[in-house]
Design a protein around this ligand. Structure first.
Ligand SMILES: CC(C)(COP(=O)(O)OP(=O)(O)OC[C@H]1O[C@@H](n2cnc3c(N)ncnc32)[C@H](O)[C@@H]1OP(=O)(O)O)[C@@H](O)C(=O)NCCC(=O)NCCS
Length: 193
């Protein structure tokens, strides 16, 4: 795969199954040292995640931005960003709505940034984040907040390289298990550096 041949475009409902496969593969590969086998087997079912993505993409939500990276028509990664805009008030029970409730104006939240395990380390994550950053800067967003598991060395290294700063270290409960997570922030007004 040549990185220059990877195209970035907006996600649509037809991408849901491919997105779900990547998400489940990542959890079972990258996070296998973080979560128990039982949790991964129970929670990472591609059908369930396909439905989640279909729902999210069908909504055509003005508060989220969803881009995919494609190599010869195969999706190899994606980025989902939640954006707090002035206008819309989202349903607080939806995935996006619940996260938005906690955000301030001008803030964007990195919801998901995933690159298929077999394509990691080739520059796709950087391309996706740069693309999203351009979009956010063009829309006058000030900061991009992300979260990363303490034990996810690869993810942490990636975020540090983008210039993000650790703002908080916290214990969160994910699928009934307690894990240490970092909250990171990228200053978009300083060019995201
Ligand atoms: C984190 C992730 C999005 C990075 O995307 P990527 O395409 O693999 O990363 P890139 O090739 O653009 O590399 C950028 C930097 O990330 C870090 N990185 C990437 N792969 C790495 C690896 N296997 N080991 C350690 N660091 C790695 C390096 O700092 C790298 O910079 P360098 O090449 O100058 O060393 C991707 O690996 C992924 O999906 N991981 C699993 C999910 C996850 O952790 N998401 C982030 C938390 S929100």
């Amino acid at each position: 795969m040549k990185i220059r041949e990877v195209k970035i475009r907006e996600a649509n409902e037809n991408d849901a199954a491919a997105l779900a496969k990547i998400e489940c593969d990542i959890w079972k590969t990258n996070y296998k040292h973080i979560f128990s086998v039982e949790v991964l087997e129970k929670e990472m079912k591609p059908d369930v995640h396909t439905e989640k993505f279909e729902k999210l993409l069908r909504k055509n939500d003005k508060n989220s931005v969803f881009f995919v990276a494609e190599n010869q028509k195969n999706i190899v990664g994606y980025v989902l960003i939640l954006v707090k805009r002035n206008c819309a008030r989202d349903n607080e029970n939806s995935i996006v709505g619940a996260a938005l409730k906690k955000m301030e104006k001008g803030q964007a939240l990195l919801g998901l940034l995933h690159v298929a395990p077999e394509e990691q380390g080739k520059g796709i994550g950087t391309r996706l984040l740069d693309y999203a950053k351009n979009y956010l800067q063009g829309n006058k967003l000030r900061t991009l907040t992300g979260h990363c598991f303490f034990k996810d060395e690869q993810g942490t290294k990636f975020h540090m390289k983008t210039g993000a700063r650790v703002k908080q270290r916290m214990v969160t409960e994910v699928f009934g298990e307690k894990h240490i997570q970092f909250r990171l922030e990228l200053d978009l007004e300083k060019g995201g550096q």
